[in-house]
Design a protein around this ligand. Structure first.
Ligand code: UMP
Length: 163
């Protein structure tokens, strides 16, 4: 799936949600920023990377992946809202951050930077670093896109069932 196709899938879902909730034309930027921050927190919780006080293992690979793609939804949605979907993105990278705690804290900082600047370069850096976080968690881009497709469908069904 190309990045443009990825944005297009998110566009369809966002349009459906906005129509369903009578929100067409509303500025949902700040709510989506907050939603993304919440998703990043939920993801960190599933990895348990910061829980130095606990001996419990992380959640299963697929459960962490599902949380991860919730964040992807909101990143794509924010990019669409600012009209950044037609740009070229180089998301594939050999980088992987060893330290998960620092990676999560970095994502929080990048979300806030992007919130303030609404800048295309800051958006790309956020998207890129989020994908690198995924790689650090053991997910390939293909795997992320497959999981995204599944969750996108679940999100549609939820809307149709009065979520
Ligand atoms: O405008 C929106 C609002 C929500 N979602 C998706 C992203 C997540 O996959 C899911 C979050 O739903 P909760 O399970 O957190 O309610 O909804 C969108 O894609 N676009």
């Amino acid at each position: 799936m190309t990045i443009q196709e990825w944005f297009a899938m998110q566009y369809e879902l966002d349009q459906y949600i906005e129509k369903e909730h009578g929100l067409q034309g509303e500025d949902l930027f700040e709510k989506k920023i907050l939603a993304l921050l919440v998703e990043v927190g939920e993801l960190a919780n599933e990895t348990r990377c910061f829980k130095f006080w606990s001996k419990k293992p992380p959640s299963a690979h697929e459960d962490i992946l599902e949380e991860f793609v919730d964040g992807v939804h909101f990143i794509l949605s924010l990019g669409l809202d600012l009209g950044f979907s037609d740009r070229e993105y180089s998301l594939v990278s050999q980088e992987a951050n060893e330290d998960l705690d620092r990676s999560f804290l970095k994502i929080y900082r990048l979300v806030n930077d992007f919130r303030q600047s609404k800048d295309a370069g800051d958006f790309e850096e956020l998207f890129r670093q989020y994908i690198i976080l995924g790689q650090t968690l053991g997910f390939t881009l293909d795997e992320v896109q497959e999981a995204y497709k599944k969750k996108n469908e679940v999100n549609f069904k939820r809307q149709q069932n009065g979520y």
